[in-house]
Ligand binder design. Sequence first.
Ligand SMILES: [Cu+2]
Length: 229
Amino acid sequence: MRKTLMTGTAIALVSGAAMWLAATAGAQGGGTIEADVKYNGAAQVEKIKVNKDTEKCGTEAVVEKVVVGGNKGLANAVVSVPGAKGATAAKGVIDQHGCKFVPHVVVMQPGELEVKNSDDILHNLHTYSTANPSINKAQPKFKKTMTEKLEKPEFVKVTCDVHSWMLGWVAVVPGPAGVTNADGVVKIENVPAGKQKVEVWHETLGKMEKEVDVKAGAVTKVSFEMKGK
Ligand SMILES: [Cu+2]
């Protein structure tokens, strides 16, 4: 498209086309949402004694149910713009590493989930879901990667039946999305301009939503404060 237009001979036409292209590029690029998620309650972290595969797993497992960082920032919250079209299809990747699911929460577009086993031991992949078929498969040490399908939007709980403490979540979301960092912040890029519903989901604290007005080429900030359940 760009090439065809730029080969036009009339100078007036070329400059007109350049202006049109600039306007279109702005709209297509969309804007950025910077979400800041806070939680005013206490962190919930369970510590469990481990007496199996301790060479790989260690002797204590830490299960992170609610992680609160500096300035009350809530980590591991999924922020998404479910109604926005045009998100690039990002494959989900989760690793069974040190007898933990890494990352604890992974975000993906409906489609493929790659499950790795970086430990040299037997793991299992057991998912709990309603919209997607549930998965219950062994992942022996020689099976370094398995590819699974999660085609319907859903927050899927992931466990390993070999190591009862292992817990992870896969957020299958249709629009642009991300997971908050240790400070409770996440930036979501390429959100189409206009009014958009922004949704927050947390494994223990539930859901919240807000509407924001996204401006092309600008950063729109939105804050959430999750309430305890
Ligand atoms: Cu395991």
